[in-house]
Ligand binder design. Structure first.
Ligand code: BEZ
Ligand code: FE
Length: 288
């Protein structure tokens, strides 16, 4: 069409697809165009505002590399990552939650009962639980890729003081589905704010905090991979996670225990001299 108007542009756009366009791509691009066009009209977006948006995307591209994923962070703080997750969540199993940008592939194998805390300061936390199928039966040999920040709130990939895989490890659940390890109690931390996403948070009066959490990717033959995180119920940011990752079933309670109750069979057995925290959290997979 030669004379495009603000009322016809969306229909004109929808008529531009070639006959061989993949149907799903056509569906997604059509919907995206409809919503973007509606957004421009609804807000009366000005040239200056449009330019500001483009510059923000350009800055996100410029700051991104193999380790820094500013577009993912943008999606996270806009709630898009979490929404994609929730649209595809399976009510039968443990809720999934955002992967975040700090997972690193190839973490070392860790044994049942191992210690991730090592020389780091902070409260000792014993984490244990069972990987289960939806009917409650254990999933023997499930693999748990586990990661968290150091007590300074930084992941190893953000912190030159940490070894590459500190607070990262992959454990194989026992034949009874159980997993267990000790670590330092995770801390609340801020998402990176030194880029354009930080500027958006700042300009919109939002804080950059995430409630403390442990990350898991759980895999097992015949089951859907579960990407999730678990949060303690006493974290001050539980109800205001800046990336919208908290779900009711991912909230757990740490219980303090006297040192003398620390169990056998752990790397730290016999070495714990102060009260420690403990949590028992089952992870329920769904069939593939
Ligand atoms: C994380 O939990 O590691 C994370 C998730 C989204 C954005 C930044 C960090
Ligand atoms: Fe995290």
């Amino acid at each position: 069409m030669r004379s495009v108007t603000k009322d016809s542009i969306t229909e004109v756009f929808l008529g531009y697809f070639g006959p061989d366009t993949d149907p799903r791509l056509k569906e997604i691009m059509s919907s995206l165009a409809r919503h973007l066009h509606a957004f421009v009209k609804e807000t009366g977006l000005t040239h200056a505002e449009w330019r500001q948006g483009i510059e923000l995307l350009e800055r996100a591209g410029a700051i991104s590399d193999e380790e820094r994923h500013e577009f993912v962070l943008l999606s996270d703080v806009l709630g898009v990552s979490s929404l994609v997750d929730m649209v595809h969540s399976n009510p039968e199993g443990t809720s999934s939650s955002v992967l975040g940008p700090f997972h690193i592939a190839g973490a070392p194998e860790i044994a049942y009962g191992c210690d991730l805390k090592r020389h780091y300061g902070g409260p000792l936390l014993l984490v244990e639980g069972c990987v289960r199928a939806p009917d409650g039966s254990p999933v023997p040999g499930a693999r748990l890729d586990i990661w968290q920040t150091a007590p300074n709130g930084l992941y190893s990939s953000q912190d030159p003081e940490q070894e590459t895989y500190s607070f990262h490890g992959i454990m194989t659940a026992r034949a009874d589905g159980r997993y267990a390890f000790t670590t330092v109690k995770p801390v609340s931390y801020t998402v990176p704010t030194d880029g354009p996403v930080g500027d958006i948070l700042n300009a919109t009066g939002r804080h950059p905090w995430r409630p403390s959490h442990l990350h898991y990717i759980v895999t097992a033959e015949g089951y859907r991979p579960l990407v999730t995180e678990v949060f303690p119920d006493d974290d001050p940011y539980l109800d205001e996670d800046t990336v919208f990752g908290v779900r009711d079933d991912l909230v757990m309670t740490y219980v303090e225990h006297p040192a003398e109750t620390f169990p056998d069979g752990f790397e730290l057995s016999g070495k714990v001299k102060a009260p420690y925290l403990k949590v028992d959290f089952d992870l329920v997979l769904t069939r593939a």
